[in-house]
Design a protein around this ligand. Structure first.
Ligand SMILES: Nc1ncnc2c1ncn2[C@@H]1O[C@H](COP(=O)(O)OP(=O)(O)O)[C@@H](O)[C@H]1O
Ligand SMILES: [Mg+2]
Length: 225
């Protein structure tokens, strides 16, 4: 998926006045590219990712996913775009604890109403891709943090998205599991041509990406580590 953000502003109103988190921000990401967005805590990285992911709306500006300005779509259309075209990976995994590993990966396909047998085959092959097919029937909470994040990656891929968005995907992991998770994300980007955006404050994690941007004063600048 190709992304074009232009003139994006995001303001939050608070008691102390208006907080300008994103200010006239522009970003272009080509289909299949892998970028990292860095910056200190509170600089607006998640806010930016949520605009691209149709989880939040800009105050002004355009956010084109292919030819659709998602900032102009209503909530039900943005929900459809999220479910069909975008895979999310969060710091806290957000797996459902009352579902087993396989059922967690099946969930996005069930929400689309896809046939059960076919979905199970796909879920198992995605679990194989992240090295966890043998854990398919285990309860989610029996897995380590790194394993849970790899299940979340399989789930993010379930509906064959064109875009993967990862918000501090290694933030709750030790170094070794963090590396494994980033290697899985990189290999998926390389092998499946999925546009990939990782938000992180960690230069080691950002170095997996092909282009690195730094967010400060509400704007992005290209950076070299
Ligand atoms: N829903 C919200 N309402 C008010 N302020 C918010 C909201 N979401 C984020 N912010 C503020 O916007 C700024 C950027 O937040 P965030 O995007 O989460 O930063 P980061 O992900 O870089 O740590 C922070 O100062 C935060 O307090
Ligand atoms: Mg954040």
């Amino acid at each position: 998926m190709r992304i074009r953000m232009s003139g994006v502003h995001k303001f939050y109103e608070s008691e102390g006045g208006t907080q300008k988190v994103l200010q006239n921000l522009n970003l272009e990401v080509e289909k299949g590219d892998f970028i990292a967005i860095m910056g200190p805590s509170g600089c607006g990285k998640s806010t930016l990712l949520f605009m691209i992911g149709c989880l939040d709306l800009p105050s002004f500006g355009t956010v084109l996913l292919e030819d659709t300005d998602v900032a102009q779509q209503d909530e039900s259309m943005r929900e459809k775009i999220r479910l069909r075209h975008i895979g999310f990976i969060f710091q806290n995994f957000y797996l459902l604890p009352n579902l087993n590993v396989l059922e967690n990966v099946l969930l996005p396909m069930q929400l689309l109403g896809l046939p059960k047998k076919k979905s199970e085959g796909r879920a198992l092959s995605l679990l194989r891709l992240v090295g966890l097919d043998k854990k398919a029937h285990e309860p989610t909470n029996s897995l380590s943090g790194g394993q849970q994040q790899r299940v979340a990656i399989a789930r993010a891929l379930a509906n064959m998205p064109g875009l993967i968005l990862a918000d501090e995907p290694t933030g709750n992991l030790d170094n070794k599991s963090g590396k494994e998770v980033m290697e899985v994300i990189r290999s998926i980007n390389e092998n499946q041509g999925l546009t990939t955006i990782v938000v992180t404050h960690d230069p080691k994690i950002a170095s997996y990406a092909r282009h690195i941007y730094y967010l400060s004063d509400g704007k992005l600048r290209s950076t070299v580590l």
